[in-house]
Design a protein around this ligand. Structure first.
Ligand SMILES: [Zn+2]
Length: 254
């Protein structure tokens, strides 16, 4: 599947003319780095029981939860050997060149930041951080993961000895309200809204492109498959994100 170069040029022109460009990224951006889709066919939740990762399990058995969590993340993130791909890099370069305002991501892997993106809103949280249940301080996840791998279960807060929780949205938890409000505001303000590698079926990702389009944004989809928002899109680029985004970045710079 290949993208029409005249579409790429047209989208690049809209990005250059725009004051505010917002990108929403979903699982398709992570799968290109070898991270399996959590929800899809053959996804993580086909092989692991979602109830083991429910907030109720964490509350009743945090040690068992962390033990399972360590195994889940080792499988999902290939023991930490995952790296940003050409799509992450293109978005980071668009941002540093002043063409992209914000990345709103459904992904929890932190690869946008690893690629150099700074304006990132993580609506499902981040596996790169943990949060203390008692004092609410946030820490890098790696030392907690290390302790959990060594059998120190559950890992606890250095400050107050409270139980640490992954700073991701677990099953049974609400999405972070602040991040949701921020993403909504970004979508309302966007002149160009790029939805990249998302099936646009899970809220709030499903509604953000519609919000942007209703406020007059040029709506651009980059995804291998059609989405429920496809008929609303000004440009519906059915392509691999690692092919389309570098071409788009190149066209914006030309
Ligand atoms: Zn604490």
């Amino acid at each position: 599947m290949s993208v029409d170069q005249s579409d790429v040029r047209a989208v690049a022109g809209a990005i250059r003319d725009a004051e505010t460009v917002v990108a929403l990224t979903g699982a398709g951006v992570s799968t290109a780095s070898g991270i399996p889709d959590f929800r899809g066919e053959d996804g993580i939740w086909e092989r692991h029981d979602p109830m083991d990762f429910h907030i109720d399990r964490f509350r009743s058995d945090p040690g068992g939860f962390w033990d399972d969590r360590v195994k889940l993340l080792a499988a999902a993130f290939d023991d930490g050997n995952v790296a940003p791909n050409a799509a992450h890099e293109a978005l980071a370069e668009l941002e540093s060149a002043g063409y992209l305002d914000t990345v709103v991501t459904q992904n929890i892997d932190g690869l946008h930041q690893d690629a150099g993106s700074e304006g990132v809103i993580e609506i499902h949280g981040s596996a790169a951080r943990v949060v203390c249940r008692d004092c609410s301080r946030r820490f890098d996840a790696e030392p907690a993961m290390e302790r959990a791998r060594d059998g120190d279960l559950p890992p606890t807060c250095d400050d107050c000895d409270g139980t640490l929780k992954p700073d991701t949205v677990l099953f049974g938890e609400q999405l972070p309200e602040h991040a949701l409000m921020q993403s909504q505001a970004k979508a309302e303000n966007a002149d160009v809204f790029l939805a990249v590698g998302s099936s646009l079926t899970v809220q709030p990702a499903a509604s953000l492109p519609r919000v942007a389009a209703e406020r007059g944004a040029t709506l651009v989809l980059v995804n291998l498959e059609s989405t429920p928002v496809s008929e609303r899109a000004d440009y519906d680029l059915r392509a691999d994100v690692t092919e389309a985004l570098p071409r788009l970045r190149q066209a914006v710079k030309e």
